[in-house]
Design a protein around this ligand. Structure first.
Ligand code: ATP
Ligand code: MG
Length: 199
């Protein structure tokens, strides 16, 4: 089986994430895509993030209508900062897939050189780098040349319909009382309103 792993803070998960996951699932014939909301992202330590319970609930609502999608609370349950390397190792242990495709945004791949145990990480999974507006593929390819050749082979750029949606924009919109409709599933919109998130 081929497993996709979609990592993110998901505060909240939105149609940008969902369209990327679905596009990659289809393109690479993945049997399953597991969304893994980050516990405490090592690179986001200095600004406030919603409680893990809320991010987990939002992610579960968002994937409910896609039978190929699942949510894992693995990073949220683990104490301390979560490293992608540990998560992928754990995914190998749980699902025994032939291959893992770690799906991420091209912007995140550009940070790759600073990641914890990046060389080992690239040996146990493939990276699928999705473009998003403002981070084009040429830009990415240029930066990737800095990596050792055998690692570059494990990073595959894909193009998906570009959606200029971000969680930070959604949070800002809620704070300012502007609409978030059509940026994320309605079930999430209702949850955000009920829980009074991002005010
Ligand atoms: P924030 O604005 O708080 O940084 P975000 O929208 O970037 O949130 P994350 O949870 O940080 O969401 O994203 C998880 C992954 O999804 C990242 O690798 C990011 O690059 C990617 N991603 C987020 N939004 C999009 C989008 N609209 N198109 C493609 N990839 C995206
Ligand atoms: Mg981001």
């Amino acid at each position: 089986m081929k497993l996709g792993v979609m990592g993110g803070t998901f505060d909240p998960v939105h149609y940008g994430h969902l369209v990327v996951a679905e596009g990659v699932r289809y393109e690479y014939r993945l049997d399953k895509v597991v969304f893994v909301p980050a516990g405490r992202p090592p690179h986001k330590l200095n600004y406030p993030i919603s409680d893990p319970e809320h991010r987990l609930a939002l992610t579960r609502l968002a994937v409910a209508s896609n039978s190929f999608f699942e949510v894992s609370d693995l990073e949220i349950k683990r104490p301390g900062p979560s490293y992608t390397y540990d998560t992928i190792r754990e995914m190998h242990r749980i699902y025994h897939p032939e291959e893992i495709y770690f799906i991420t945004g091209a912007d995140a791949v550009l940070e790759i050189l600073s990641w914890h145990r990046v060389e080992e990480l690239l040996k146990i999974c493939r990276f699928i780098a999705a473009t998003r507006p403002g981070h084009n593929l040429d830009n990415l390819t240029g930066k990737l040349r800095a990596l050792p050749a055998q690692l570059i082979d494990h990073i595959v750029p894909v193009e998906v319909p570009a959606l200029a949606i971000s969680s930070s924009d959604i949070r800002r919109r809620v704070r300012e009382g502007r609409p978030i409709k059509y940026l994320l599933p309605e079930s999430e919109e209702a949850y955000i309103a009920d829980a009074g998130l991002y005010k």
